[in-house]
Design a protein around this ligand. Structure first.
Ligand code: PEP
Ligand code: CO
Length: 447
């Protein structure tokens, strides 16, 4: 069937809210369609070129941020701290991999959430599930849980201001290499991790000293004080995604201008369904989440739809099988896909296959997360595939949502600062520790 912005409506679709007020939905999407794009097609092309390097094994992808952004926790501190964390992790990985790290946030649009059940029941009362702030409210009452189209407008403006600040940080001095390294040294000192990671950070110090001694510094070399950070989210709520899809005036191609990169979740990746069809028509780099039950044939079929032209840097296969399952099927998947000669990026989401319950809290153990990352790298390397990236739920804040790691969160202390409205995120120390632990793997993968 021919593609147009709204041709997805003819396909079966999952995980959409029911909007009772159809007139309001129409008004909102008409208005959104007239509002300025959040990203520019030229930026999207720049990201695709960087991701093409990842698909050739010449760069590494770091994708991360909130499980779900929220209206309540929106503020400059949150944006700044996650931005700083991304850069701190990127420095470690850039140095150890000896290659550029492409930084893509789950940010400025990561609002809509797929749910395992359409309804939530508490004490015998049943209400529609919370589907993210772009759809309905988190509070468990009837009014809040109604899907309200006007929330899309709020999400749009929050994304716009978030992007504005990210661009300012990226160009305005917050990305200075020496400064970012200094934050890492402070982290190592505070966390009393000195010994474990000091060798690596000492080498980074020496490298910075060396290039400065050669006369290359942040004053005369913009790339030492500036960076690029791109945005991404799950393209789940298709009325919103459609309204922000535009025809680029230079190439006349369709771009989804709600973010640089979009992905399809594990629950909505049916190859003959609306989400795959919708994204098949846009030029953006795409991702697709792949859970433990996936077969190589499904991924092949998805690649033929989402990357018809077999472009480099176009399609990111985001593996999220869980530490206990990844070894069962990933080697075979790699073997079969390798035969096809497909240009794919493979990255690991070690979060979504490792969620467990601890009392009333959903959590994830740091060791399991690290174990899945390690197994992903080992399996890829032994199959002759490049492990191209990592996809994390993380925040720059000191939350207590995942257990373990140096910050030593336990199941008993989860409640202290459990702030996520959806899945548990790594806190700043846990995410940075993960980057230090991954350093060696990235180095081996690159050599
Ligand atoms: C997510 O990334 O928040 C998510 C819902 O992932 P998945 O589709 O892999 O379950
Ligand atoms: Co999540």
């Amino acid at each position: 069937m021919a593609w147009s912005k709204d041709s997805w409506k003819k396909y079966p679709i999952k995980q959409q809210p029911v909007y009772e007020d159809k007139a309001s939905l129409e008004l909102v999407t008409t208005r959104l369609a007239k509002l300025p794009p959040l990203v520019f097609a030229g930026e999207v092309r720049a990201l695709k070129n960087k991701l093409a390097k990842v698909s050739r094994g010449e760069a590494f992808l770091l994708q991360g941020g909130d499980c779900a952004e929220s209206f309540l926790n929106f503020g400059a501190d949150n944006i700044r701290d996650t931005f700083k964390l991304m850069l701190q992790m990127a420095i470690v990985l850039t140095f150890s991999g000896g290659c550029p790290v492409v930084k893509v946030g789950r940010v400025a649009g990561q609002f809509a959430k797929p749910r395992s059940s359409d309804f939530e029941e508490i004490n015998g009362k049943s209400l529609p599930s919370y589907r993210g702030d772009i759809v309905n409210g988190f509070e468990f009452d009837e009014e809040a849980r109604k899907a309200d189209p006007k929330r899309m407008i709020d999400a749009y403006y929050q994304s716009a201001t978030t992007l504005n600040l990210l661009r300012a940080f990226a160009r305005g001095g917050l990305a200075d290499l020496r400064e970012v390294h200094r934050w890492n040294l402070a982290f190592l000192k505070n966390a009393e991790l000195g010994d474990k990671y000091s060798e690596l950070s000492e080498k980074i110090t020496q490298a910075i000293n060396f290039i400065e001694a050669c006369g290359i510094n942040a004053t005369n070399t913009p790339s030492l004080r500036e960076t690029s950070i791109y945005t991404s989210h799950e393209a789940l709520l298709l009325p919103y995604e459609e309204a922000l899809t535009r025809i680029d005036s230079i190439t006349l191609d369709a771009y989804n201008c709600s973010a640089h990169m979009l992905w399809i979740g594990e629950r909505t990746r049916g190859v003959n369904e609306a989400h795959a069809h919708f994204l098949s028509g846009v030029k953006n780099p795409l991702g697709v989440k792949i859970g433990p039950s996936a077969k190589a044939d499904e991924i092949k079929a998805l690649a033929s739809v989402l990357n018809k032209d077999n472009e480099e840097g176009k399609l990111n296969i985001i593996i999220r099988m869980g530490a206990d399952k990844i070894a069962d099927s990933l080697p075979q998947i790699f073997r079969e896909l390798k035969k096809e000669g497909l240009n794919l990026i493979y990255s690991i989401d070690p979060m979504h296959g490792n969620t467990v319950k601890a009392g009333n809290y959903k959590t994830r153990a740091f060791d399991k997360i690290m174990q899945e990352v390690r197994m992903f790298f080992e399996i890829a390397m032994s199959e002759g595939v490049y492990p191209g990236g990592v996809h994390l739920e993380m925040t720059g804040q000191d939350v207590t949502e995942c257990t373990g790691g140096i910050s030593n969160v336990t199941e008993e202390t989860l409640r202290k600062r459990y702030e996520t409205q959806c899945d548990p995120r790594l806190n700043a120390d846990q995410a940075l520790e993960l980057a230090f632990l991954m350093a060696d793997l990235v180095k081996r993968a690159r050599t």
